[in-house]
Design a protein around this ligand. Structure first.
Ligand code: ACO
Length: 323
């Protein structure tokens, strides 16, 4: 008997405050034209007082549970991807677990920055398929605004806050066309840590630190790494790019999305894009975009959906799901 992790619900959450490019131009020396032309970003959401990674994650998780028709008490695994936890410890996943009232199961955070959701999905899928848990919440949630240097125009215009969540349920599935996660590939290369990092931490400076990035180099690596890992997942499943219904990429920059799609001959209309509305929400961006495209009816049951992301570390990965 084959066990597959089936995606049965999605949800997302955004802070109340939307911040346009025009508003950003009042804070740093930038313009709507520069931001749109270089990144495709038009808007981002910024967490206010009382809005934290755990509150956004909990709201997204509740919506995902409703979509799955599942009581929170049935959840026995929470894997939460974040680079901006509420506190250094405990894991934000445990705060979410308590808020949802499903105490007693497994709950922990994973740290892989913008690829965090792909890593969390891979870990949860493995745990469901080996029988360690039956029903999981996989969450990507960030309040990146809290680690931005608001005087650095090269980074602060790029990011936003938010959360996305999916419910995964272990199902017996021997039929070839059964839904579920079909393949996941994850990678990391610590040699490039200096291109995208936070300049602080509990064990070094004793401070939280701010995001630092060499954007041009990150861009170059992102396109190559993402195209390679997408090919790996296609090879693992024996599928070709034209059999993919939707690509839901990490929403870093519209130009990275275009360049990656071109490398694989994927038509742009198959790529879900939300970076214009949400900016780069790091670990939250893939599940936020996935929830958007499921709720607006683009992604339908039976569709083949490729998720992919790349982030600090570097870390990168892709996962193919039949919905
Ligand atoms: N407004 C106006 N001008 C700006 C701004 C800004 N916000 N930021 C930089 N500039 C200026 C620079 O100072 C530079 O000026 P100069 O030529 O006088 O020195 C000029 O614009 C060009 O700067 P570049 O950094 O070369 O611009 P580039 O075309 O590479 O675009 C960007 C920068 C958008 C950051 C791009 O490199 C990028 O998207 N990289 C990927 C980074 C990324 O998305 N990281 C997220 C995490 S990793 C991931 O998710 C894949």
């Amino acid at each position: 008997m084959t066990i597959r992790s089936v995606l049965t619900g999605t949800g997302s959450a955004l802070p109340k405050r939307a911040v346009s490019n025009a508003e950003m131009a009042q804070m740093v020396d930038t313009s709507d034209e520069w931001i749109v032309e270089r990144t495709g970003i038009r808007n981002r959401y910024i967490a206010g007082e009382g809005e934290t990674t755990s509150t956004l994650a909990t709201e997204a998780a509740r919506k995902a549970l409703i979509a799955a028709g599942l009581d929170a008490a049935k959840i026995d695994l929470i894997v939460l991807a974040t680079a901006t936890p509420d506190q250094t410890f405990p894991a934000t996943a445990t705060i979410v677990q308590h808020a949802l009232g499903c105490n007693g199961g497994i709950a922990f955070d994973v740290s892989a920055v913008c690829s965090g959701f792909l890593y969390a999905l891979g870990v949860a899928d493995s745990m469901l398929r080996t029988g360690m848990a039956k029903r999981a919440l996989v969450i990507g949630a960030e309040t990146f605004s809290r680690i931005l240097d608001w005087d650095d125009r090269t980074t602060c215009v790029l990011f936003g806050d938010g959360a996305g969540a999916v419910v995964l349920e272990a199902r017996d599935s021997d039929e070839a066309d059964a839904p579920g996660i079909l393949a996941t590939r994850l990678h990391a290369d610590g040699a490039h840590a200096c291109l995208l990092y936070v300049d602080g931490g509990p064990s070094t400076t004793g401070t939280v630190g701010k995001v630092r990035m060499k954007g041009r180099e990150v861009f170059r690596h992102a396109v190559t790494n993402l195209a390679d890992v997408l090919r790996e997942v296609l090879d693992d499943t024996g599928l070709t790019a034209d059999q993919i219904d939707w690509v839901v990429p990490h929403q870093a920059n519209a130009r990275i999305l275009d360049a990656t799609a071109r490398k694989l001959d994927l038509p742009p209309e198959k790529v879900v894009i939300t970076v214009d509305q949400h900016a780069n929400t790091s670990a939250a961006s893939v599940p936020l975009a996935l929830d958007t495209a499921i709720r607006d009816g683009r992604i339908q049951p039976g569709h083949m959906v490729m998720l992919e992301a790349m982030g600090g570390g570097f870390t990168w990965g892709a996962s193919l799901i039949r919905i």
